[in-house]
Ligand binder design. Structure first.
Ligand SMILES: [Zn+2]
Ligand SMILES: [Zn+2]
Length: 233
């Protein structure tokens, strides 16, 4: 298993290096940078969102109805963009095609806008862990790669060994939120001492069920959490 993981990781790094050597816009192909100025303008910045769960809102306001009915296990959540075109074409390039150059670049772009209050509050950034089989197959964890520039920019350590994913829990399309929550229950395990205030980092926050389960697990270990996501559905 360790040999396979190594070869996958090396291949992903080689692909990333080749792409970086010939930088081009990932959306329109124009040479120069990972995303040209025109395509960059199209990225759907999440301007107004619920401060509790980062759900996009039509107007700025207090916590959304979901949060008021059932407060999340994490203190608050922030996302850089909405999971909408063209971002929904970029993130799968990272996850399924190993475009780690794009991950570093997008993470760097996100790092320019991180909420100062969260940066001052947190003691570390914990990317949502993958199950080790999935990590071995993919060769990398996209959440970790996107989090790296954010950790560097905020001067916070990346916490890569504190939590283990005990089961792989692929999201089933069409699964209800209740079913997804049941499916995830008990899938994370704290394996090492963690700081008391931790930012959970995910690439795409869809229903929020994954970070909710992770936040509950950490809460039981006495760790307070907030969430940073690259994109919010
Ligand atoms: Zn472009
Ligand atoms: Zn909310």
């Amino acid at each position: 298993m360790s040999v396979k993981r190594h070869s996958n990781g090396s291949r992903a790094r080689l692909q990333a290096w080749l792409r970086g050597w010939w930088a081009h816009c990932r959306l329109c192909g124009q040479p120069g940078t990972e995303l040209c100025a025109d395509c960059l303008d199209q990225l759907p910045v999440l301007a107004m969102a619920c401060p509790g769960c980062a759900r996009p809102l039509p107007v700025a306001g207090p916590r959304c109805g979901h949060c008021q009915r059932r407060a999340p296990a994490f203190g608050r959540a922030w996302a850089a963009w909405r999971y909408a075109p063209p971002l929904d074409a970029l993130l799968p390039r990272i996850k399924y095609h190993g475009d780690l150059t794009l991950a570093r670049w997008l993470g760097g772009l996100m790092a320019e806008r991180l909420p100062a209050e969260d940066r001052a509050w947190a003691e570390g950034i914990l990317p949502v862990p993958l199950h080790r089989w999935r990590l071995a197959r993919r060769g990398f964890n996209q959440a970790v790669e996107l989090a790296r520039p954010c950790a560097r920019a905020s001067g916070l350590p990346l916490l890569l060994n504190g939590v283990r994913r005990r089961r792989d829990t692929p999201a089933q399309v069409g699964q209800s939120l209740a079913a997804r929550r049941r499916n995830l229950r008990g899938c994370f395990e704290v394996t090492a001492a963690l700081p008391r205030r931790v930012l959970l980092f995910d690439d795409v926050m869809t229903t929020g069920a994954t970070v909710e389960e992770l936040a509950r697990t950490l809460c039981r270990a006495g760790v307070e959490t907030r969430v940073w996501a690259v994109a919010r559905a």
